[in-house]
Design a protein around this ligand. Structure first.
Ligand code: PEP
Length: 251
């Protein structure tokens, strides 16, 4: 079922002790509050188990920021979806633009990662989004559609139903330049119609589509008030509870 979700992406920030302290502080801040969205934090790999053990994971879900495209074996430095699931994490962020740009992740490797995440019971938060040049040349719809189709459209509809999408225009990530609420809504509606064409209206209506890119306490309410924006993937503003909580409470 479609849910509102506010997910933090800590990226490569916070050492283990700082990360556990931040997760505990968020857990405490949410205690006794009724919020209208699911809350998730995406931590570095080494934090996953410690964070999951320190908080109530039914209140704050835990996400990895990546997983290996292989099941197991001689892949030095990699972390498998099964390992992530064994920590208590329930989500994995896949296809973030930083991974696509700096680590050359391709549609094909992402497809493998999605398959392995689902096979291990993890919910992929699958990121898509155009770079500035693509928006300026009005290719943004085409780019986003092909990112979704290339990595996800071989999934059976039952499996697609387990995916959360995050539309993150690359020009808005970490730049302070948020998409306007109208730009976000326009793209989210386009994504939903693309899903409807492929999987039917029911699956499309049940898919959570998050917005990411310089979302913060001042713009979250307007972004989330759009009918096709089901929450946010939040980078910088997820690193402090006093910045993250107002985004959660924007619903
Ligand atoms: C992100 O990295 O997913 C992100 C949205 O970052 P920021 O909120 O800092 O733009």
């Amino acid at each position: 079922m479609r849910k509102n979700i506010v997910a933090g992406n800590w990226k490569m920030n916070k050492n283990l002790q700082e990360g556990i302290a931040l997760a505990k502080e968020l857990n405490e801040a949410l205690k006794g509050k009724t919020v209208k969205c699911d809350v998730v934090i995406g931590t570095p790999y080494i934090h996953l188990a410690g964070v999951a053990d320190s908080i109530d994971t039914s209140r704050v879900g835990v996400a990895a920021q990546n997983c290996a495209d292989k099941e197991l074996g001689a892949y030095t430095g990699e972390v498998s979806a099964a390992m992530i699931a064994s920590t208590g994490a329930k989500y994995v962020i896949l296809g973030h633009s930083e991974r696509r740009a700096y680590y050359h992740e391709t549609a094909e490797t992402l497809k493998e990662k999605v398959t392995l995440a689902l096979a291990n019971g993890l919910t992929p938060i699958f990121c898509i989004g155009e770079v500035l040049e693509e928006r300026e040349s009005e290719k943004h719809f085409e780019v986003v559609k092909s990112q979704i189709a290339a990595s996800l459209f071989d999934l059976a509809s039952e499996d697609f139903g387990k995916i959360v999408l995050a539309y993150e225009p690359v020009w808005a990530i970490g730049t302070g330049k948020t998409a306007t609420a109208a730009q976000a809504q326009e793209m989210h509606a386009f994504i939903r119609s693309t899903l409807a064409e492929k999987y039917g209206q029911v699956v499309a209506d049940n898919t959570s589509i998050l917005y990411g890119g310089s979302a913060n306490a001042s713009n979250a309410k307007e972004l989330f008030s759009n009918p096709d924006v089901d929450g946010g993937l939040i980078g910088g503003a997820s690193l402090a509870v006093d910045k993250f909580m107002p985004i959660i409470e924007a619903f």
